[in-house]
Write a protein that binds this ligand. Structure first.
Ligand SMILES: NC(=O)c1ccc[n+]([C@@H]2O[C@H](COP(=O)([O-])OP(=O)(O)OC[C@H]3O[C@@H](n4cnc5c(N)ncnc54)[C@H](O)[C@@H]3O)[C@@H](O)[C@H]2O)c1
Length: 385
């Protein structure tokens, strides 16, 4: 897709939707990216927009999206509302000549995803979807190692969370659309192939597996569960390579190689941090990898359980407060590529890089796969795509 090249050093950006992901990722990342300038924030909730403006000294705030569209200094609109509004806002921004970064899932239906594919075709602007894991340093390193080994032939991906403890954000059974979409996109990218068929075996809502076959011949299983506990690292990927060997990625902080004598046996990656957060974990993960992350998760989990049981002594209460206030939310401790994803799009707008996606067609592919998995769940049959 052609980009409207911007003749300056930094891309003028606006953030629309100042909620959870904006506060934990987009605001701090936009505010400190060398190739971006956060000029405006917008939210239908004025308090949310004002709080974001104050926290990051953003020049302008508004509750009216039209003001963002009319602002000639804004080249990029970052849309992080919810999937019910993201398609409409993205299409309107494209129509106004803006480039767009839009959160996942782009939409819940293939029909709505196609609206963005078509709008992009009409308006010739860049659209990047928030499948940020493609930009995680651990995943980029894995893809580099996979290429000369003929790519992966067999993958197992576990993505897990503890929905039961913090209340479900979504009706039961749609984790496949909301969360597995990240996995489906990453697997298509790592396998460098489209998915040919999917089979879903469901133990209970949001606790199931998907068996995928790719057109390349690669096969994958995805264990997707919202029913575990916080002390279990959230994501683990195991990949068998076509030439004998294997890789394991432990929640984006550690990549281990097997049968790859030309590569180090272990790569460790710094955690992700935030200007307002303690950075200690970042360097611990770089030094100690998965072990440090597991210890961090376990400490937080145990302290929370003790507090809930009324068994927290004053020393541990102090430690719990310190960990909760000073460090990022547990699922945001590691670098899943959020900052690099935005930086990549800005570089493309500035004409410094060629767009590598993921775009709306990738969002459509992930969404079609999620719906096929849900059909398989209902029928018990393999569904071909
Ligand atoms: N990539 C990731 O790692 C990741 C992580 C979490 C959430 N997400 C995605 O980010 C999106 C936002 O999630 P969240 O948890 O931040 O939601 P949230 O509900 O915390 O925040 C959404 C914000 O958008 C505002 N909003 C809603 N409609 C709007 C509109 N039409 N115009 C302007 N503002 C509007 C709301 O008032 C709210 O402040 C979702 O699509 C979610 O799936 C992505």
């Amino acid at each position: 897709m052609k980009s409207k090249k911007v003749a300056k050093d930094r891309v003028g950006a606006a953030l629309v939707g100042c909620g959870g992901i904006a506060k934990s990722q987009h605001l701090p990342n936009l505010a400190r990216a060398p190739n971006l300038q956060l000029l405006a924030v917008c939210d239908v909730d004025e308090r949310a927009a004002r709080a974001a403006q104050a926290a990051y000294a953003v020049p302008r705030m508004t509750t009216r999206f039209e003001e963002i569209l009319a602002d000639p200094e804004i080249d990029l609109v970052v849309v992080a509302t919810k999937e019910d509004a993201q398609v409409e806002l993205t299409c309107r921004a494209l129509e106004a000549g803006k480039h767009v970064y839009v959160e996942k899932p782009l939409a819940t239906t293939p029909e709505d995803c196609r609206k963005v594919v078509q709008a992009q075709g009409r308006h010739h602007r860049l659209v990047q979807v928030g499948f940020n894991r493609r930009f995680a340093p651990a995943c980029r390193e894995a893809r580099r190692i996979l290429a000369p080994r003929g790519g992966p032939t067999n993958i197992h991906f576990r993505i897990s969370d503890e929905y039961w403890s913090w209340g479900r954000a979504y009706p039961p059974g749609v984790r496949v659309i909301q969360e597995a979409c990240h996995v489906f996109d990453l697997l298509r990218w790592l396998a460098d192939s489209e998915v040919a068929s999917v089979y879903c075996a469901s133990a209970r809502p949001d606790d199931e597996i998907y068996a995928l076959k790719f057109t390349s011949g690669c096969v994958a299983t995805v264990m997707c569960t919202g029913e575990v506990t916080l002390d279990l690292p959230k994501e683990r990927i195991e990949l068998v390579t076509r030439r004998p060997g294997a890789l394991i990625i432990e929640e984006y902080v550690e990549l281990r190689t097997y049968g790859c004598p030309d590569e180090p046996p272990v790569f460790r990656f710094p955690g992700h941090t935030h200007p307002d957060s303690e950075a200690t974990h970042k360097y611990l993960f770089e030094q100690l990898g998965a072990e440090a992350l597991a210890a961090f998760r376990k400490a937080r989990w145990q302290l929370r359980n003790q507090e809930e049981a009324g068994e927290l002594n004053p020393h541990d209460a102090e430690l719990r407060r310190f960990l909760e206030q000073r460090f990022p939310h547990t699922n945001y401790l590691v670098d899943k590529g959020w900052r690099a994803a935005l930086g990549h799009l800005a570089d493309c707008i500035l004409g410094r890089a060629a767009f590598e996606g993921p775009g709306p067609r990738d969002a459509l592919a992930a969404n079609l796969l999620a719906h096929a998995a849900m059909r398989s769940r209902e029928t018990g049959e393999v569904v071909r795509l």
